[in-house]
Design a protein around this ligand. Sequence first.
Ligand code: GLV
Ligand code: MN
Ligand code: MN
Length: 392
Amino acid sequence: MTDLADIADVGRDPRRGGYSRHGFDPVERELREWFVEEAERRDLDVYPDRNGNIWAWWGEPGRDAVITGSHLDSVPGGGAFDGPLGVVSALQAVDLLRAQGFRPSKPLAIVVFVEEEGGRFGVACLGSRLMTGAITPEAACKLVDAEGITFGEAAHAAGFDPLRMGRDDRALTSIGAFVELHVEQGRGLDVPIGLASSILAHGRWRYTFTGEGNHAGATLIEDRRDPMLPAAQMVLAARRTATHGARATVGRLVPNPGGTNVIASSVDVWLDARADDEQRTREVVERITTAARAAAAEEGCSVRVTEESWGGTVFFDPSLISHIRSALGENTPTLPTGAGHDAGILAAHVPTAMLFVRNPTGISHAPEEFAEADDCAAGVVALATTLEHLTR
Ligand code: GLV
Ligand code: MN
Ligand code: MN
């Protein structure tokens, strides 16, 4: 039987722990090949789309299709469940439905989206954003990874034509419902299975602080223009500003040139900010930016702020949620999430819902991310039940 254990050795990160699997890197490409084999073994018809995503169809592609799936990439040093659980559960749900002798009356497909985490090219949900037109192919193809390889080059190397990328109206108009199963990522679920109600508004910003590179020993403190100082103040401002349920995180900071005995000439700091609504998220970022500008001026440095991605609050489809709840049981809880998903991108275009599998520790985006085998099995049953109800 297909299981997360089948891919447990693919993309382990010995330095960070956990997994580092990024859009179109050799590891993610190996996982994509694994998915294609698994789908073909089930006689599903596999088609890559124009945007780097892979679709595996049970039945002829067509209108009112019911789609499930997730992603196979991870954050740097991520866990085993975020993404792959939704893909593996979808394959297992198909197996379960077939074992029960079920035949869908509507087209049903499993999709694997590319670069959901933005761990390589910086923008999350790249495959679903391209498909829905939330990012232009020109902008996506210009994104660069740490080695200077563009998304366009990486996609081309993986067999995709960047010139053919972009909003896929044919796919969008054919989808009747999209349901993504995912490990829950906070401590919001105390029963095995829940449904998502909403996703926080969310964006990513890059702050580039520029000062003067110099010698760590020979430069007097009063002569320095050290961009690490405003960078540090900005990190503190992020924590201070994120109150009343807002979240602001600096998880990546890169000094240039990055030497122990070198005062950096510039420092890039990435801010991830999220809050209940768009206005509140923007306010948080504005306050952090104001603090960053003041700290930069005090040190004789400059700061440039670039918005790298943005998404408003997502509300999943209430009638799809109540339909699924009637299939799974009226006591199935509904909960909001602070995590972003391809389902959140699709929700603006097609009826979309998410199933969550309990996370006993609430840890995610870290090697310790975990879900119990029994809860994962309950997730497969819940997904199969959902797909059955939606396609009969
Ligand atoms: C993706 O998982 C995100 O929430 O950033
Ligand atoms: Mn994630
Ligand atoms: Mn995910």
